[in-house]
Design a protein around this ligand. Structure first.
Ligand code: URP
Ligand code: ZN
Ligand code: ZN
Ligand code: ZN
Length: 515
């Protein structure tokens, strides 16, 4: 293990600590322990990767590492529900793999993530095997969602295998990326039905891919080949349309739905409407959508070709919108319309982004965020008074653990939970720059940002992996977290189905069935 640390450091990554001694017994003393429902001053005692005790004044024997957390918050490590590490996409592969992406995550206080397995030629088992290989580099815990990119009996059967044998409880359907990942409504309907029968959570990338394709054609015909063409070709209305369509199809099947990377008011309002009517729809904003806006696209400073390249880093799908959208998404997060925050971490370096120098359609889509999420959500939402500290824990950790059925093993500071813990100093400051971040990318979409609050210590699997601005991480030390089906959203789904069937069997014209 120590050898592998040295090897990686020599190879130039340069952010591994040389010291390999990490105590398996830790007392975090005197901090304010924050869970999603409660906060109190208490000590936290950790042994062999598990939280053993949480209460004031815990006494420990010699040999226990004591970390003073007085005046700081002790919170569950972040869980990022949406990442793409080592993903082959748009003719290239993301620059962050399961080691560099996770190292970055740990430096920013995230201790688990759920990555999207992409099938190989539609095969779920081949995709799964490929991701098992990629994830051998892991230095923190992770789980898998799986994308569905084609439909036949084999795929349907493999979904069952993934749920029952491989610990995957969620499947993503891309309604965009025509010609590569995009699925039809017919496939979405079949997929929703199969998700329901397996108790899996259906997830959608909601943009109308056919209309985006038409929008792209329009832009190219108008001679708009720069990055603004990306935003103009896939406006909010196309995100709203696909979100509404997916929501209605999920209602028709009566199954829960999770909408990933909600980027616009249009999509958010569809989710709000559905939730108000009682439908089980979860909306996930991502950090970029909450805190960035598209102003750089229209800044005259960026009109020259050389400068345009520097804004390719902002290109993701759905696009980063005009500023009103981010503010509305923040409000929706603070009022519970949107439930948890992801990153969609999907990084490409400037060489890869430059593939689109003559044509925005070739700019690999994706931004960073794994390292920045906790800091930016705190600074944007807690410092502005839009979220309480307990709500911060809920949207960055606990809700994700609950939705993917791993709570309270994850997402809580309580006896018996995994020791994935951060010590957060609300009086310190964070600074973001590609020159100091831990992602392998040479750019950072949040370059130059700074704000209040700092993750000072990260404990993952009971070991201190981030302290004094230094990472101590070992590839291969992360564990795969198996996630069982039938999360809390499934409570009551069978009752609604039973009532529907009962009403259908009733004599005609006596009880009108409702969908
Ligand atoms: O631009 C993005 N979002 N890249 C990652 C793939 C996806 O759509 O989630
Ligand atoms: Zn997506
Ligand atoms: Zn994504
Ligand atoms: Zn700064």
């Amino acid at each position: 293990m120590i050898a592998s640390i040295a090897k990686i450091c020599e190879s130039g990554i340069g952010y591994c600590g040389s010291e390999s001694v990490v105590s398996s017994k830790i007392l975090i003393a005197g901090g304010t322990v924050v869970n999603a429902d409660h906060q109190e001053v208490a000590d936290v005692y950790v042994e062999d990767g598990v939280i053993v005790d949480v209460r004031p004044n815990i006494k420990v024997s010699d040999g226990v590492r004591i970390v003073d957390a007085t005046g700081k918050f002790v919170m569950p490590g972040g869980i990022d529900p949406h990442t793409h590490l080592a993903m082959e996409f748009m003719g290239t592969e993301t620059i962050d793999n399961f080691f560099s992406g996770q190292a970055a995550a740990l430096a920013g206080g995230t201790t688990m993530h759920i990555d999207f397995v992409i099938p190989v030629n539609g095969s779920l088992s081949k995709g799964y095997e490929a991701y098992v290989e990629k994830a051998k580099l892991s230095c923190m815990d992770y789980g898998f969602h799986m994308a569905i990119t084609k439909w036949d009996d084999t795929v349907s059967n493999e979904m069952e295998i993934m749920v029952k044998e491989k610990g995957i409880n969620s499947f993503k359907f891309f309604m965009a990326y025509k010609g590569s990942l995009m699925i039809s409504d017919e496939l979405l309907l079949e997929g929703l039905k199969q998700c329901k029968s397996l108790g899996a959570l259906a997830m959608v990338h909601a943009e109308n891919g056919d209309a985006v394709f038409e929008g792209q054609k329009r832009m190219i015909e108008l001679g708009i080949t720069g990055p603004e063409g990306h935003a103009l070709s896939r406006p909010p209305v196309l995100e709203g349309e696909a979100t509404a369509r997916a929501i209605r199809l999920a209602a028709f099947v009566n199954t829960p739905l999770y909408v990933v990377h909600v980027m616009s008011i249009d999509a958010m309002e569809e989710i709000a409407r559905a939730r108000k009517s009682g439908q089980k729809v979860i909306g996930e904003p991502v950090v970029s959508g909450l805190v960035l806006d598209d102003s750089v696209l229209w800044d005259p400073d960026f009109i020259t070709a050389a400068k345009q390249v520097t804004i390719f880093v902002f290109v993701m799908s759905p696009p980063i919108r005009a500023s009103g959208h981010g503010k509305a998404l923040q409000a929706a997060l603070s009022t519970g319309i949107l439930k948890l925050v992801g990153t969609d971490h999907c990084t490409f370096n400037s060489t890869q982004k430059s593939f689109g120098i003559d044509d925005f359609r070739k700019i690999p889509n994706g931004v960073n965020g794994l390292e920045e999420r906790m800091h930016l959500v705190w600074d944007t939402m807690v410092e502005s008074g839009q979220l309480s500290v307990t709500d911060f824990v809920r949207v960055t950790s606990t809700e994700c653990a609950k939705l993917f059925n791993i709570y309270p093993r994850k997402g809580a500071i309580r006896a018996g939970s995994d020791a994935d813990i951060i010590i957060f100093n609300p009086n310190s400051t964070f600074h973001i720059s590609a020159s100091s971040h831990h992602s392998k990318s040479d750019t950072n979409v949040y370059e130059g940002r700074h704000g209040k609050g700092k993750v000072e210590v990260t404990i993952a699997g009971g070991k201190i992996v981030w302290e004094n601005e230094e990472l101590k991480v070992v590839p291969g030390s992360g564990k795969y977290i198996s996630m069982p089906p039938f999360n809390y959203l499934y409570n009551g789904i069978d009752k609604a189905d039973e009532n529907y069937l009962t009403s259908l069997k009733a004599p005609v014209n006596r009880i009108k069935p409702s969908l």
